[in-house]
Ligand binder design. Structure first.
Ligand code: 5GP
Length: 224
């Protein structure tokens, strides 16, 4: 153990992107590979898609349950997306902080803006698709949506893309591994911001005191 290893604080990592960019895959891959990330399980009124697990991918609730969660102040942010309600339970942020993990929020840009206001230590990353062609393949290839739904998602993609400059970082999801590494790099650098480290407890004062003592004891007769 180093004398001066700073104590790092964890923080939420928000990933936003137009749908069809692959950010949900990215978010889950970050978590599955370990490295101190956990996934924020949102509450939603949307129905489960095939393969989605309640309590793991989303917590699926009806509108009255969602409204009750809002009323009780249980959501750190919430928004209507494509006609359904989605929200981040505050308990997901608390759970991650308690475990010393970075919580990954896969949320839309409205939610990202609210998190920026309410959780200022969060880091916001916007994920871009490598090309419009890839976006179209992902949107139409999913097969779960009809043409009207695809058109709706394309219109909201236009709006979401306009919000990219509000984010702290932009990554391009051209290749999963490269993109994951870019996000991990961002998190590694952010964790080392001086304002996020507990410098006084990190040994900084100890090392300064030690140098001062050496100067006094061994070099006292030498002028500065
Ligand atoms: P999908 O229905 O395709 O899973 O998600 C639709 C959109 O809702 C995506 O952009 C997703 O990131 C976003 N979303 C998922 N969970 C939340 C949430 O808790 N809050 C907000 N604001 N958006 C969310």
């Amino acid at each position: 153990m180093s004398d001066v290893a700073p104590a790092f604080r964890t923080f939420p990592v928000v990933l936003s992107a137009p749908s069809g960019t692959g950010k949900t895959t990215l978010a889950h891959a970050l978590v599955q590979r370990g490295d101190g990330f956990c996934f924020s399980v949102s509450a939603t009124t949307r129905g489960a898609r095939e393969g989605e697990r309640d309590g793991i991918d989303y917590t699926f609730v009806d509108r009255s349950t969602f409204a009750a969660m809002v009323d009780r102040g249980e959501l750190a942010e919430w928004a209507e997306v494509h006609g359904d309600l989605y929200g981040t339970p505050t308990s997901e942020l608390d759970r991650a902080a308690g475990r010393g993990e970075h919580v990954v929020l896969d949320i839309d840009v409205q939610g990202a803006r609210l998190i920026r206001e309410r959780v200022p230590e969060a880091v916001l990353v916007f994920v871009l698709p490598p090309s419009v062609e890839t976006l179209m393949v992902r949107l139409t290839g999913r097969g779960t949506e009809g043409a009207a739904q695809v058109a709706r998602r394309l219109r909201s993609a236009l709006e979401e893309l306009a919000a990219a400059p509000e984010f702290d970082y932009v990554v391009v999801n051209d290749d999963l591994e490269g993109c994951l590494e870019a996000i991990r790099g961002i998190v590694r650098a952010e964790a080392r911001r001086t304002e996020r480290t507990d410098l006084l407890n990190s040994g900084l004062e100890r090392i300064r005191a030690e140098i001062g003592r050496i100067l006094e004891e061994d070099y006292a007769n030498l002028s500065a």
